[in-house]
Design a binder for this molecule. Structure first.
Ligand SMILES: NC(=O)c1ccc[n+]([C@@H]2O[C@H](COP(=O)([O-])OP(=O)(O)OC[C@H]3O[C@@H](n4cnc5c(N)ncnc54)[C@H](OP(=O)(O)O)[C@@H]3O)[C@@H](O)[C@H]2O)c1
Length: 377
């Protein structure tokens, strides 16, 4: 992507700019047609140093020259005051307080951390699925004390959640509610950040446990695939909105998560049962997935993939090493769509956990917010 746009550049900041997700933000934003990197933040270990000295650069793409001499800032609002958008790739141990302080300073935060995903006024948005949930932001701003004009927090999902909700949403859009979902993940080591899982724990091995991950998949999927309902507040009959968590057609989910010796690219084996009888055939499911177009793409978000879901016909695809870079990791890959003898249909999903699983999702969320006029451009 080249920086070619009639829009005046929109200044953005990156918190956690030295981390795995932060580095992917830098790679993507350095060539973004609308956004220009204005400020970088990380821990006090990095603050005060030129970015090239502070970071342990691990991207395949070379470090963009524009950021090499930028001085890394402490993660406090003042150096980011001119940013219309602040992206966060902060460690969850510190993201809560820092992101809340940025919101209170009336800054728009797009976060990858888990801290606010369960907040009833914070949208959990996978941009290729539920950008409509951004409508809750007015309520988040109004309920903040004091009320905010520009500041808010938008979160994107856990990297595995993101991978499977995209095909699941495409199927619900075509065939109606999913009733039951079984998912088993094969998650890359980059999902744990850098340096992540020690090599002696993961080489020649599979670790059948990732702390908190199964609960995230089960809970976040319901918030993302569910809708938003109006409720009457006890305070003066004011109409508030709440996430319905897919309550109208309760969704049973069981997730099992494994760490595997792959550098980038989460795979998941998914089986689904539909509410409708008879269920769609594997051929109908393949066609619906391939035909799905996201609202973000239709609205003209420059980072949205042209093909949201690529369905592979070969029996041994997708594979992390061969398919994760397809469309710069901005879409998802599906394969092996077939009948499930226990539920209805089963298939494999692959997604780049650092791109659409993290940084790319945040960036498309911000693009949608610009197009909807939620962020000043
Ligand atoms: N990796 C993935 O695939 C993925 C996918 C989805 C979501 N996420 C989420 O995204 C976030 C970042 O993940 P990551 O994999 O990029 O982690 P990471 O590689 O460990 O990077 C963490 C970043 O947080 C900064 N940081 C740590 N302590 C800080 C402090 N006290 N004050 C300010 N900054 C501090 C680090 O700065 P220093 O370099 O100065 O220490 C670094 O920039 C996490 O919340 C993670 O759960 C990750």
């Amino acid at each position: 992507m080249q920086r070619q746009s009639d829009r005046p550049p929109i200044k953005v900041g990156i918190l956690g700019a030295t981390g795995t997700v932060g580095q992917r933000f830098i790679t993507l934003l350095s060539v973004h047609p609308w956004f220009t990197i204005h400020a970088l933040g990380a821990s006090s270990r990095s603050a005060g140093k030129p970015y090239a000295q502070a970071v342990n650069w691990k991207q395949i793409a070379y470090m963009p020259s524009a950021v090499k001499d930028m001085v890394v800032q402490e993660c406090v609002p003042e150096p980011f005051a001119e940013c219309a958008i602040v992206f966060s790739g902060l460690d969850a141990d510190v993201a809560g307080d820092i992101e809340a302080a940025f919101r209170s300073a009336d800054l728009a935060v797009f976060s990858n951390a888990k801290n606010f995903r369960r907040d009833p006024h914070v949208p959990l948005v996978v941009p290729l699925v539920n950008p409509s949930h951004l409508s809750i932001l007015r309520q988040q701003q109004a309920l903040h004390s004091p009320p905010l004009e520009k500041g808010f927090i938008v979160t994107n999902a856990n990297c595995s959640t993101t991978a499977h909700v995209i095909p699941l949403h495409a199927l619900e859009a075509e065939f109606g509610p999913i009733d039951t979902l079984m998912v088993t993940t094969l998650q890359a080591i980059s999902g744990a950040g850098y340096p992540g899982v020690p090599s002696l724990d993961i080489l020649d091995n599979v670790v059948p446990y990732i702390s908190g991950e199964e609960e995230k998949l089960e809970w976040e999927t319901r918030k993302i695939l569910g809708g938003i309902s109006d409720i009457d507040s006890s305070e003066g009959g004011r109409v508030l909105q709440e996430f319905d968590m897919h309550a109208q057609t309760p969704l049973k989910i069981s997730a099992s998560c494994n760490r595997v010796p792959v550098t980038v690219g989460h795979m998941m084996n998914v089986s689904v049962k539909f509410s409708r009888r008879p269920p769609p055939s594997p051929q109908q499911v393949s066609e619906a997935l391939q035909a799905y177009r996201s609202e973000a793409q239709l609205q003209g978000c420059p980072s949205a993939p042209v093909q949201t879901i690529t369905v592979h016909d070969e029996p041994d695809r997708p594979q992390p090493r061969m398919d994760r870079a397809h469309q710069d990791g901005a879409g998802v890959n599906v394969g092996r769509v077939r009948q499930c003898p226990v539920l209805d249909i089963k298939f494999v999903v692959l997604a780049d956990n650092v791109s659409i699983g993290a940084a790319t999702s945040s960036i498309i969320n911000a693009e949608v917010a610009v197009l909807k006029g939620i962020v000043a451009s």
